[in-house]
Design a protein around this ligand. Structure first.
Ligand code: UFG
Length: 343
């Protein structure tokens, strides 16, 4: 299959590009490099520098590449930032996705796999969370993903566009071998921050609240390894292309969770020295427990995550960070980054 991976130079995108290549597929990447890195891509993968807000550029890429399917990762992803700059999030995530959808149905109506998030659920009593739980996002970021899901479904109904939505839980880790990994410009994720603390780039780890209704009082999350998530994309796009699915939504997680304290204990064990920890107030918007009901993707697509042990997951993250303490960084060195629209 020939695939166009939109946002393929980012953290999850670049791991997925690798797994697609390993499965024998041809890949081109369309990315504005606002947070992605050209050097995260294998040399044989063509990188098309473009922005979904420039509808002509994605249309031209579709016409030139003639892909058999598209995987769409391109989005701004920070919950806190989305509350401070909602315009940027609605424009980049919703208008960007709309431009992509419009271009697909006008040029080449091929299947679409879309990156969504557990943030579409918001706080829910359902644990583990099934896909049919109500969508009540509590952030602008989550809302942009819910709106994108709804637009994609409307294009399916109106234009017959086949699609699969993947709702990710807490994505973490790095490809074994340590040459690509998490390298966001702004760091907020627990495992990445703990690794950077172990490297001495931060003084200590803050635990955001220990009075939650969980066994040790800290929040529980479902940590899915980025390579397993990448494999889920390969399964999803192959099933779509084979006509086995045409309008499916799947959670992607392990189906069980770990607490903040359990994660920090695993980092201590992998790194070999205990990190300094400090109790801090709860972080706004953190639900106590977010765990996927992942049975649908296991049953229907044969998803079989390989990284189920927390220490193995943390080990891959640590291998990446200790060998790349400054991350990748081509986006920062780029002399002419494409502007992100608006405030
Ligand atoms: N945490 C700390 N200290 C830190 C950082 C995080 O205690 O320094 C805690 C958080 O309060 C939370 C847990 O660690 O309880 C995980 O936090 P992350 O920031 O790593 O991840 P989130 O659960 O907030 O969010 C991530 C993605 C979202 C996605 C969600 C789905 O960033 O986009 O997982 O489960 F929606």
């Amino acid at each position: 299959m020939k695939l166009l991976v939109v946002g393929g130079a980012g953290y999850i995108g670049s791991h997925t590009v690798r797994q697609l290549r390993a499965a024998g597929h041809e890949v081109a990447v369309f990315d504005n490099l606002s947070s992605g890195h050209a050097e995260a891509l294998p040399g044989e993968v063509e990188l098309i520098r473009g922005d979904l807000l420039d509808a002509a550029s994605i249309r031209a890429a579709l016409e030139a590449q003639k892909p058999d399917a598209i995987i769409h990762f391109a989005a701004l992803i920070e919950v806190g930032e989305s509350m401070r700059a909602p315009g940027r999030y609605y424009r980049n995530n919703v208008v960007g996705t709309l431009n992509l959808l419009q271009s697909i149905v006008e040029t080449r109506k091929v299947p679409l796999v879309f990156s969504s998030t557990a943030a579409v659920y918001g706080t829910t009593d359902a644990v583990p969370i099934p896909e049919d739980a109500a969508m009540q996002p509590e952030s602008v970021y989550g809302e942009t993903k819910r709106m994108s899901e709804q637009m994609i479904h409307a294009f399916h109904v109106a234009h017959g566009l086949p699609y699969t939505v993947l709702r990710y839980f807490n994505v973490c880790g790095a490809a074994p071998g340590g040459d690509i990994g998490e390298a966001h410009p702004n760091k907020t994720h627990l495992i990445e921050l703990a690794c950077l603390t172990a490297l001495g780039q931060r003084e200590k780890m803050m635990i955001f609240g220990d009075d939650y209704p969980t066994p040790d009082g800290t929040c529980i999350r479902d940590y899915v390894h980025v390579q397993d998530l990448a494999d889920a994309h390969v399964l999803a796009v192959e099933a779509l292309h084979a006509g086995k699915t045409d309008a499916a939504t799947y959670n992607v997680g392990l189906g069980h969770g770990f607490s903040v304290r359990e994660v920090l204990d695993a980092v201590d064990a992998v790194v070999g020295t205990p990190l300094q920890r400090e109790l801090a107030p709860r972080r706004a918007g953190d639900p106590p427990r977010l765990v996927a009901d992942a049975s649908r993707i296991v049953d229907q697509l044969g998803f079989a995550p390989k990284f189920t042990d927390l220490r193995d997951i943390v080990q891959t993250a640590w291998d990446w960070h200790r060998t790349h303490p400054q991350g990748l960084g081509s986006n920062n060195k780029d002399p002419s980054p494409l502007p992100l629209a608006g405030p």
